[in-house]
Ligand binder design. Structure first.
Ligand code: ZN
Length: 429
């Protein structure tokens, strides 16, 4: 039996599903009536197929994102159990050198800022393979990772990062706090994937020392909207946050967001800093007040702002299809570069199959020889591009566009042109 990315077992075909579309907000339980964007029916974006699975039925689930008119949380119905997604996670954070550097810079900044030393305690939620906590451990600062995927947790242990193989929630936060409360709690790219937000944030409150700090990073809704990054929406990401919505959620659990940083990661993220209510020594910073005001000015507390997004996404689809159809009518060869999860959302929503995109390539050996879910486009190794000498190359991981254009610079020698799908389908000059 071979386990696919995120533990989607290939021999059992598909993960167990908990298809309970919720009509209520995941945070405040208000009825969800408004659609933010409807991406139609889509397969799970990480369930890459082997050749012998191509003839079997494949489950598709609604990818319809709603917005709560009470708390402005943008959210997706939950169709897949987190246990299925995370019990054996194929993504090791340490594979990405830029992400490890990001973590090192974070540790270097936080240690002096919070005065962390051998008497402190740092906890990371969804600590993956220890890519971040290793920098605290190296400085002799007691640390604990909490990570539900046993395989990545064991990689962390090998780095000397103590790791508990569990899902984090309110109860676990309370029981850990009986032993020791945390000076710093870190959560990077985990909040979007938490099905029970209230239990998770209550767990942070329970575990955090009265004088402690929690920092969480997640993609920023403003960047998703402005960059038209609808392809970053997956079934595995249940929530999409503005500063306004996350402040409301933290406040409901006795936590105050007092500072925020804007980051380049994942198409544009924010890192929030939270503390217990009533800690007057840390008032809201100017940059927090500024971002809160900017979101209000941009209308993230008004339904019209959210309603406008769906139409823009549909226009983007038509433009990309128009470009690909014209290329095919002219007899051009079009291939893809990359097989990221976001590519699967894009291709399924746009209905792009191998008649429009011959094949794609990816550096990850696990994906080579497999097929994209839903669209069944073949994935080859990058050398295939040199053989095929296509006229157009559609860059699916647009967030690495510059790196990919450099790697494929030689393709210009046979006249290949590069296309990015968003914010608008564009042939790069
Ligand atoms: Zn709500």
């Amino acid at each position: 039996m071979s386990a696919g990315p995120r533990g989607l077992s290939q021999s059992e075909n598909y993960p167990r599903l908990i298809a309970v579309p919720q009509s209520k907000c995941r945070f405040c339980a208000a009825p969800l009536r408004e659609t933010f964007v409807d991406l139609g029916m889509s397969p799970l974006c990480e369930s890459y197929l082997t050749a012998d699975q191509l003839g079997s039925p494949e489950p598709f689930y609604p990818l319809q994102v709603k917005v709560c008119g009470s708390c402005w949380l943008v959210q997706l119905d939950q169709f897949v159990s987190p246990a299925e997604i995370f019990s054996e996670y194929a993504y090791f954070s340490s594979y990405s050198t830029s992400w490890v550097k990001h973590a090192e810079d974070y540790a270097e900044a936080m240690i002096p800022r919070l005065g962390l030393d051998q008497r402190s305690f740092v906890v990371e939620l969804a600590s993956n393979d220890g890519y971040l906590l290793q920098w605290f451990v190296k400085r002799g600062i007691p640390s604990l990772g909490i990570e539900p995927a046993a395989n990545v947790a064991s990689a962390a242990e090998q780095k000397g990062v103590p790791t508990l193989v569990r899902f984090f929630d309110e109860k676990l936060g309370a029981s850990l706090a009986e032993g020791r409360q945390a000076d710093l709690i870190v959560g990077n790219n985990v909040l979007a994937q938490v099905p029970d937000l209230n239990s998770f944030v209550a767990g942070i409150r329970n575990l955090l020392k009265p004088s402690g700090t929690a920092t969480l990073e997640f993609p920023h809704l403003q960047r998703l909207v402005e960059g038209n990054q609808f392809d970053t929406i997956y079934h595995e990401h249940f929530s999409y946050f503005s500063l306004l919505s996350v402040e409301t959620i933290f406040a409901a659990h006795g936590l105050t967001v007092f500072d925020v940083e804007e980051l380049w990661t994942h198409g544009g993220s924010i890192r929030i800093f939270a503390r217990h209510d009533g800690d007057g020594s840390r008032p809201p910073t100017d940059r927090l007040l500024a971002l809160r005001q900017r979101e209000r000015d941009l209308g993230y507390d008004r339904m019209e702002t959210y309603r406008a997004f769906d139409q823009r996404v549909r226009a983007t689809k038509r433009r990309l299809l128009d470009l690909l159809i014209r290329a095919k009518d002219e007899g051009k060869r079009v291939v893809g570069y990359g097989a990221p999860g976001k590519g699967n959302t894009l291709l399924n929503f746009c209905g792009i199959r191998s008649d429009l995109l011959e094949f794609t390539v990816d550096k990850n050996p696990y994906k080579q020889g497999r097929f994209l879910p839903g669209t069944h486009i073949a994935i080859h190794s990058p050398e295939k591009i040199d053989e095929a000498r296509p006229d157009y190359i559609l860059v699916l991981p647009w967030n690495f566009k510059d790196e990919i254009l450099t790697q494929l610079a030689h393709a210009r020698s046979w006249g290949a042109k590069f296309v990015v799908p968003i914010p608008e389908a564009t042939v790069l000059s």
